[in-house]
Design a binder for this molecule. Structure first.
Ligand code: GRF
Length: 216
């Protein structure tokens, strides 16, 4: 019997991407959800689905290194094959990132390398971009800059508000992240030693603006 690959999901708040991963019934084991905030809504969502939910409160640690050490300790209790950042709002230290090199994914609400950091939808509107979206990438020490796995594109309309645009992007995040984890679980996603992403199978546009698309 083959053992399904396993992940731990890190969140800080709402947790809608984490719920999308749980509800996609992917061929992987979600061993635990860990939050740096005890009031993260996503914790209850995880528990109600029978997933262990833990808190490593960043305010209890004097330095980023101390917090990341505690976080790593909590993750290592579960021995996951992959660590999935889903709205985890802490900057991670280079030591932590290097420890999980090739085993750490993030979803970011913009078409990287445009708009790394916070307030991506407001900045996209301010710049007048005509397309916007989200990116799943491997995490490297530089914030929001790692090798890109997949992106999903949405139009930006003249009448858009930040909330409307955020909602449009988020609904595609909920498609894109499960899709990437499905490739990974099937052994189709690889980060080469040169830092390039390979997805086995012919990439194609998906029906919902995702590239590569989910059907390939
Ligand atoms: C998402 O937009 C994600 O891309 C970003 O933070 C937000 C988290 O939302 N990193 P949620 O907690 O998954 O609902």
């Amino acid at each position: 019997m083959t053992v399904m690959p396993s992940v731990v999901v890190l969140i800080s708040g709402r947790g809608s991407n984490m719920v999308a991963l749980l509800d996609a019934h992917l061929p992987l084991r979600i061993l635990a959800v860990i939050s740096n905030r005890s009031d993260a809504q996503g914790l209850e969502q995880a528990r109600s689905r029978g997933i262990p939910a833990e808190v490593v409160d960043h305010r209890l640690y004097a330095t980023r290194e101390d917090f990341d050490g505690a976080l790593q300790g909590c993750i290592s209790r579960f021995q996951p094959d992959m660590v999935v950042l889903a709205g985890f709002m802490r900057i991670l230290t280079p030591g932590f990132v290097r420890h999980y090199e090739g085993r750490l994914l993030n979803i970011h609400p913009s078409l990287l390398p445009a708009f790394p950091g916070l307030d991506t939808h407001r900045r996209a509107l301010a710049e007048g971009v005509r397309v916007h979206g989200c990116t799943v990438h491997f995490v490297t020490p530089e914030l929001d800059h790692g090798p890109i796995v997949a992106q999903a594109v949405v139009p930006v309309f003249p009448e858009d508000t930040e909330a409307l645009l955020a909602h449009r992007v988020l609904s595609l995040e909920h498609v894109l992240y499960p899709q990437v984890l499905r490739w990974w679980a099937a052994g189709r996603l690889r980060l080469t030693p040169e830092g390039r992403v390979e997805v086995a199978g012919r990439p194609a546009w998906g029906p919902s603006g995702c590239y590569p698309g989910p059907e390939q």
